[in-house]
Structures are given as structure tokens and as C-alpha cells.
Design a protein around this ligand. Structure first.
Ligand code: NAD
Length: 491
């Protein structure tokens, strides 16, 4: 059965009018420099400028975007955005998070390359692309305070989300002549959520035999990435890990001022520099426009305007190679001249048509574009086997608490175990285990047969009538006979 969304091939999205937003701080300076280069390269683009950021926030739009700006982005599909400043203080929502979720921009792509010896870096041969899942994970923003002592954040990983991002990573690798995709997860601990990400990655890797696929545990993988980035090619990760590792890769490549990033959705795409609005240097004319220029190159490529993208990339590389550098990467031992933002853009324009002499010229010769696919929802047989009842309890003796709570068991559901912060404390806990006021109490079908919603409600009511402070419940399901919940640590 087909439900869910339909992906379309990117070529069907062709639309040569793009929306641009000049943003705040250094935003207008670097956007003007970038637009000047686009104009000189004869990029076949119409521009529609909208207001995003500080002025929209201060005009009372709490997400930093006006309704007219939304209309323009949705109509044109492509947004080239300069950084914005989020005003300090409560009540203002992150524009980036709002845009990613509203426009379904599920993939964040951040190529990080070193330009040694022209830009100083410890990693001469680094050329990594981090592809970060952009909508799910702990960033779903579902958080609750449950007891005096405990706050919770839900980590949501979905099969459609995993399929979209894993497939995108392989498609990106194919379209960009990349050889390897490494998936970063922590499924030795989060066996279900990260386990699903890993499983889907493995499933889809079989469809991309020409690309080497590997899976690594995120902690050691990040350490290796920071030490030897040249060993990595394309990296794909769930949202939180992707957020962290993409900042690390950008930082170690040489300068945050050099990287552009794209946020890709099924219907829209947003391109920007990775850095912020740099208020400390705003208005001085010294900002490096390279991050936004790189974002514009990514946009041109995504729109199948690869010849223009290539021309600008080659001119930019030539400029960097010739030693014309803005202050952030200027080094008297390497650079020929310290350039203002505007001078740098003029030098890139002067170099349009040139190829770098030492750096690898731009090459998008695969001629392949990223293909998007349909997601097909699968249905499974779901049966409840019990319920985890979470209780706010201020006592510190698990044995006493568990023996009393066991009396709340019903004909169908009996207390099987209690955990505190995930560690089993009843029955047979350890005296050494520290306990907070938040207890997960598992009531389980003692004969192993499925139970009904009414059976679960009865167990809930029984806990209440025995005087326990129930704060939430989580049903325990099996899917097609396979357990869909984790065991307690020590169970
Ligand atoms: P930042 O990236 O703006 O600045 C960090 C440092 O890097 C500063 O010293 C700055 O001068 C320097 N820098 C940044 N870009 C540069 C460039 N192109 N050329 C030369 N130097 C550059 O980070 P921040 O100071 O933490 O944030 C400032 C503002 O930017 C905040 O309001 C923040 O919310 C916003 N922000 C926006 C975005 C976005 O719109 N995508 C991203 C990050 C931060």
C-alpha cells in the first residue's frame, strides 16, 4: 500500500527564480558580494528578495519570518539565505529550526574541505561531507518535567526519516563521485532508535553496491574523524550527532568562514553559509564571503546549473590559490594581499574563466543528479504485552516500594520489575544504586499472552487506588511477535 509522501526527481523542481534574504550583521555585505559574482557569471537566475531575521522578529513575527517571505519561498522553492541574528531573550523561536521543519528540509549537507597550503589547517587532505538528518531525533523538541527531580526529552527516530536520509546519503555519494558512506550511530546503547537508523542504512546500502558502506559507533568515530578526517568521505548521522560532527569538521578544515551548507527537502531547498551573523565585525567590510559563495555554488549545482557552479568554484579557488585572502584566513607567510569583502568578490569576478593551477579544478562530471524515491508504509501486527507505569515516589528504599507496588498487580498484569534511571532496582537491586524520585514500573502479562487496552487501564487505576502518583505510561508492544521495547539494565 502506498501512503505517505511522494518524492519527485529534482529536475521537476526546476525554477530559475530564487528567493534571497540578506539577513543581519555581516549578512548584507556577504550577500552583496555573492550576488555580484552570480551576476558577473551570468547565472540564469531571477532574484526575489525577502525579509528574514531581526527586523521580522522585532516586527512581532516570533519565528523571524513574515507571511510574504513564506509565500515567496514556497513559490520559488529555492532560498539563498545570509545569516541572521536571533534576538536574545524569551519568546523568539529559531528561524532555522522553523524553516527546516515547516519546509520538510530533511537533509543538511555540509561539505568541509581543506585548502592547504593556502589556508592553514592541520588536515591537508581533508574532504568530508557530513549529511545530517535534520528533523527528528532529540530535536523533535518533545520535553517534559515529570517529577521534582527529573526532566525528559523524547528521542524520536522514524523509519521514513531513516530511509530518506540514508537514501539521500547514497544518492549524494553517487551523484558526486564519492566512494564511501559512513554511518555514525550509538546503537550499542540505543538499540532501538539508533538500531533502526543502522538497520535501514544497512538495508539500503545493498542497493548501492558501488559505494562502500560502513557503520561506526559515534564516539570513537568522532574521535577518529577529528584526528584523521582524510579517512572519511561522506558521513551520515542522526540529527544530534550530525550537528556536533558537522561543526567539528567545519572548524578543523581551516575556517568556519569557508563552508557553505544546504538544507534539502522534497519540495524546497535552503542554502547558506555555516557561520552566524558575526556582529563583532558587521559593517567593517572585512567579512569573508566564501561560505555564502560556497552555498551559492551548491545551489547552482542542485538546480542543474553546473557549468556556472564550476566556473565560480574555479574562480574562487584561483583567488584563494593566488593568495588574495580576507582577514580571517590572512597569513603573512602565505597570503599575497589582505582583501576586504568587496575586493575579494571583485578578484573572484576577475578570475571567472580561470582554472586553479595547483588545486583540483571543479569537477561535477558524474552528470548524475540526486534521485528521490517514494516511501512505502509497511503494516505490522501490533500486540500489547504490558505497560511501563512511571511513578513519582519520594522514598529511597526500592525493596519497600516494590513490595508495596506489587500489591497493585491485577489478574492480567503483574509487577515484573522496577528501574530507576534505567537500572533495575527491584527485585534484587543493589544497595549501591542511586535512586531519584522517578521510577519506571513494568507491569507485564504473566502468561505472556497479549493484553487489552482495558487491562492496561485497570493496572493504571489499581496503582492510583493504592495511592501511587502515576506520571505517565508507556505501552509495551510486540510487532509481528518481536519485542518492541528495551529491557531494564540488569534485567
Ligand atoms: P558567528 O559565526 O557569527 O561568529 C563566530 C566568530 O567567527 C566571530 O568572531 C566572527 O567574527 C567570526 N566569523 C563568522 N563568520 C565570519 C566570516 N564570514 N568572516 C570572518 N569572520 C567570521 O557566531 P556567533 O557569534 O555565535 O553568533 C552571532 C549571531 O549569529 C547570533 O545571533 C546567532 O544566533 C547567529 N547565528 C545565525 C546562524 C544562521 O543564520 N544560520 C548560524 C549561527 C549563528
Amino acid at each position: 500500500m502506498f501512503i505517505g509522501y511522494t518524492f519527485v526527481k529534482k529536475n521537476n523542481l526546476m525554477n530559475k527564480t530564487i528567493t534571497i534574504a540578506k539577513g543581519d550583521g555581516i549578512g548584507p555585505e556577504i550577500m552583496d558580494a555573492t550576488l555580484k559574482i552570480l551576476k558577473a557569471s551570468d547565472a540564469p537566475l531571477n532574484l526575489e528578495q525577502v525579509e528574514l531575521g531581526k527586523r521580522a522578529y522585532l516586527a512581532g513575527h516570533t519565528s523571524g519570518i513574515t507571511p510574504e517571505s513564506w509565500d515567496s519561498i514556497i513559490k520559488n522553492k529555492y532560498l539563498l539565505k545570509a545569516p541572521i541574528s536571533t534576538p536574545q531573550g524569551g519568546g523568539y523561536k529559531s528561524l532555522n529550526v522553523t524553516m527546516r521543519k515547516t519546509l520538510n528540509l530533511f537533509a543538511n549537507v555540509r561539505p568541509c574541505k581543506s585548502y592547504y597550503p593556502y589556508v592553514d589547517t592541520k588536515h591537508k587532505d581533508m574532504d568530508v561531507v557530513v549529511i545530517r538528518e535534520n528533523e527528528e531525533d532529540l530535536y523533535a523538541g518533545i520535553e517534559h518535567r515529570q517529577t521534582d527531580e527529573v526532566e525528559q526529552c523524547l528521542k524520536l527516530i522514524t523509519r521514513p526519516g531513516c530511509e530518506k536520509i540514508a537514501r539521500f546519503a547514497f544518492e549524494y555519494a553517487l551523484a558526486n563521485n564519492r566512494k564511501k558512506v559512513t554511518c555514525f550511530v550509538k546503537d550499542n546503547i540505543m538499540k532501538q532508535t539508533d538500531g533502526l537508523f543502522h538497520k535501514v542504512f544497512n538495508e539500503l546500502s545493498k542497493e548501492y553496491q558501488s559505494i562502500k558502506a560502513e557503520v561506526m559507533i559515534v564516539d570513537i568515530a568522532t574521535a577518529k574523524l577529528a584526528e584523521r578526517p582524510e579517512d572519511f568521505d561522506v558521513v551520515v548521522a542522526p540529527n544530534l550527532y550530525g550537528d556536533i560532527i558537522s561543526d567539528i569538521t567545519a572548524q578543523i578544515s581551516g575556517s568556519v568562514g569557508l563552508c557553505g551548507t544546504s538544507n534539502i527537502g522534497e519540495d524546497c531547498a535552503m542554502f547558506e553559509a555555516i557561520h552566524g551573523s558575526a556582529p563583532d565585525i558587521a559593517g567593517k567590510g572585512i567579512a569573508n564571503p566564501s561560505g555564502l559563495i560556497q552555498a551559492a555554488i551548491q545551489l547552482l549545482n542542485f538546480m542543474d546549473l553546473s557549468d556556472t557552479a564550476k566556473m565560480i568554484e574555479n574562480a574562487w579557488k584561483t583567488t584563494i590559490e593566488e593568495g588574495y585572502h580576507t582577514a580571517d584566513i590572512h597569513n603573512p607567510d602565505i597570503s599575497k594581499k589582505k582583501m576586504s569583502t568587496d575586493e575579494f568578490a571583485d578578484m573572484v569576478i576577475a578570475n571567472l574563466g580561470q582554472k586553479p593551477k595547483n588545486m583540483m579544478p571543479a569537477d561535477y562530471s558524474t552528470g548524475k543528479s540526486i534521485q528521490f524515491y517514494s516511501y512505502h508504509r509497511h503494516e505490522h501486527k501490533k500486540e500489547a504485552l504490558g505497560v511501563d507505569i512511571f511513578i513519582h515516589h519520594k522514598g529511597t528504599d526500592p525493596q519497600f516500594f516494590g513490595d508495596n507496588l506489587a500489591k497493585a498487580g491485577t489478574d492480567k498484569l503483574q509487577l515484573q520489575m522496577i528501574t530507576n534511571r534505567g537500572v533495575k532496582v527491584w527485585p534484587d537491586g543493589f544497595d549501591q544504586t542511586f535512586c531519584t524520585d522517578h521510577w519506571r514500573c513494568r507491569f507485564y502479562s504473566m502468561d505472556g499472552e497479549p493484553v487489552s487496552a482495558e487491562d492496561i487501564l485497570e493496572a493504571y487505576r489499581s496503582c492510583l487506588s493504592h495511592g501511587f502518583d502515576v506520571i505517565k505510561t508507556e505501552n509495551l508492544y510486540q510487532f509481528d511477535g518481536k519485542r518492541g521495547f528495551s529491557l531494564g539494565q540488569g534485567q
